[in-house]
Ligand binder design. Structure first.
Ligand code: J2J
Length: 537
């Protein structure tokens, strides 16, 4: 395995192979098989561009050998920060075939996140759009090159300026032959939304991620007639592989890329491309429901809407079928691995009120109390998990891993759940210090540390407060040093520090002191309750 990764113990690996979870296939081979079977079927639609399976397959091959010709080799990390464009697919498959490892950054990330990811992964290349939603990624690339010496190539989709156009890579015969990686090798490094502290990287192998996508395609009922709309950012685990893009391509269906998840873009594409399935986070599902009331687009082709990323309210869930005319699948997933889905034939109360049950028969779940003892069945506790597609350690995180995993390899999700006799889980809360803004995860410690560097901040604690649309929003509680800073002042400090906009506090409160635990740590639960009470008043 890639240096800095923790593999599964041999007896587990043997069991997962024997039971057919790991089939010894690479992600690159999934596309190859389909390109042989249905070469002329449309694989991807991006605006006016339509690529058949053969064209996508060829592009991936040419890119792989072009990248290899430029010195990018197996095991190299390539930091990808692309929006929903067809090049994302060609490049991902090129890297999968080359055995180079894409690091899946989101378009919303800025200097703080990108420099951290480039350093942590020692990326040799950084791939960007020229501009996206008004932001010039080439400017950011200059900073990354100056700060992270490992980055030797910047590849640009669009106008490259002093960098290299992605379209020039593999355009002529400048390539080098490529050998496919071993299926047990790391295929991709995903970003964790779920952990305490600075964002971590999650290694996923070809074997485990292929299972993740293929088995998800089965529970979402995908086949060659599927037309999947990528509405969420494509680099996120949910639209990428649950079953998302990889599951759709494996099934021989068509992937349609939406530039944004807004109803303006998405509804038009649903009508034009006869979309059958897509995935959203709860605030977007709510927005689509509202938009569907007045929109004049024909959404009749839509068969299934998957919703996950944060807790979906039962009331919202109940409106999806009647308003959008499609089925609902709740998904409680994590880039770390474990996926729970409500099944297409589950009785309605389970679909509306639970977040689904585990994907694999060999997903081992433990629900434990604060002392790691299993709770009585049906009681709420922290969810721990181990299984054929759940990581055994974060990438290059030797210090953090012993607290994130039990000694026998269970991942501590930080989620509070209860399990019904049917196996379905209900997500009741969490114990990790993360704010879930309707599916967008804010790593609290990272933002607190940046705020502490503001001269007017003596101390700070960020908590979540209930929010109608987002489920919760972030509130920075500040003990000021001298004249109190304003929210605008703090947010411009964070933006100047290069923090992604979705992590900026939604609210700022000035306090004289924080409630503390007997050990002197900030008592976040008491603080959150105090703020929520003052909001309610
Ligand atoms: C409550 N909390 C949820 C849900 C995730 C599919 C769907 C989502 C993600 C994802 C994903 C939740 N109800 N239905 O990767 O493939 C919270 C939990 C979890 C964390 C993981 C997928 N679905 N969550 O959201 O890695 O706290 O993955 O541990 O971004 O989101 O975040 P992330």
């Amino acid at each position: 395995m890639l240096d800095g990764c923790v593999g599964w113990p041999e007896d587990f690996a043997a069991r997962y192979r024997e039971r057919g979870y790991w089939q010894g296939r690479t992600l690159g081979s999934l596309l190859r098989e389909r390109a042989k079977a249905v070469p002329d079927h449309t694989a991807v639609v991006d605006g006016a561009r339509r690529w058949t399976y053969r064209q996508l397959d060829d592009r991936a091959d040419r890119l792989a050998s072009g990248l290899h010709g430029r010195g990018i080799t197996a095991g190299d990390r390539v930091l990808m920060q692309l929006p929903n464009v067809a090049e994302f697919l060609a490049l991902s498959f090129a890297l999968f075939r080359l055995g180079a490892v894409p690091v899946m950054a989101l378009p919303a990330h800025r200097e703080t996140e990108i420099v951290h990811l480039a350093r942590l992964s020692e990326a040799t290349a950084y791939v960007i759009p020229d501009t996206h939603l008004g932001f010039d990624h080439r400017v950011l690339a200059r900073t990354v090159c100056a700060e992270v010496p490992s980055v030797r190539h910047v590849l640009v989709v669009g106008e490259p300026e002093e960098f290299t156009a992605l379209s020039a890579v593999g355009a002529k015969d400048d390539g080098a032959p490529v050998t496919e990686p071993h299926p047990s090798a790391v295929a991709v490094l995903l970003l964790s939304g779920g952990t305490t502290g600075i964002p971590k990287l999650i290694p996923r192998t070809h074997d485990d991620y292929a299972y993740n996508a293929i088995a998800s395609a089965v529970v979402a009922g995908l086949d060659a007639t599927t037309r999947y709309l990528v509405a969420l950012p494509i680099a996120h685990n949910f639209p990428l592989a649950c079953p998302g893009v990889l599951g759709t391509l494996h099934a021989g269906g068509t992937v349609v890329l939406s530039p944004t998840p807004s109803p303006d873009d998405a509804f038009q594409l649903i009508e034009r491309e006869r979309i059958t399935v897509t995935a959203l986070v709860p605030p977007l599902a709510l927005l689509w429901l509202e938009a569907a009331e007045w929109a004049e687009f024909d959404l009749g082709s839509l068969e299934l809407l998957q919703v996950g990323g944060s807790r979906l309210k039962t009331g919202t869930a109940a409106r999806i079928g009647p308003m959008l005319g499609c089925g609902l699948q709740q998904v409680f997933g994590m880039a770390e691995g474990l996926l729970n889905y409500t099944r297409l034939d589950d009785p309605e109360p389970l679909v509306l009120e639970t977040q689904g049950r585990p994907l694999a028969g060999d997903d081992e779940l433990r629900i434990v109390d604060a002392d790691d003892r299993e709770v009585t069945p049906g009681e709420v506790g922290e969810l721990l998990v181990r299984g054929p597609y759940t990581l055994r350690g974060y990438y290059r995180a030797e210090e953090h891993n012993p607290t994130a995993f039990t000694p026998d390899g269970f991942y501590r999700s930080g989620d509070l759940v209860r399990q019904l006799p049917s196996g379905h889980l209900v997500v009741e809360g969490r114990i990790k210090d993360v704010i879930n803004r309707g599916g967008e995860k804010v790593p609290v410690e990272e933002v607190e540390n940046l705020l502490l560097s503001h001269p007017a901040v003596h101390d700070v604690a960020i908590v979540g407060i209930p929010d109608e649309a987002l489920g919760e929003r972030s509130c920075a509680c500040v003990i000021a040093h001298g004249p109190p800073p304003t929210r605008a002042g703090l947010n411009s400090h964070l933006t100047r520090s290069g923090l992604a906009a979705f992590k900026l506090p939604d609210e700022v409160r000035m306090l004289a002191s924080f409630p503390r635990t007997s050990l002197g740590k900030v008592n976040k639960r008491a603080l959150a309750e105090q703020i929520a009470r003052s909001v309610a008043r």
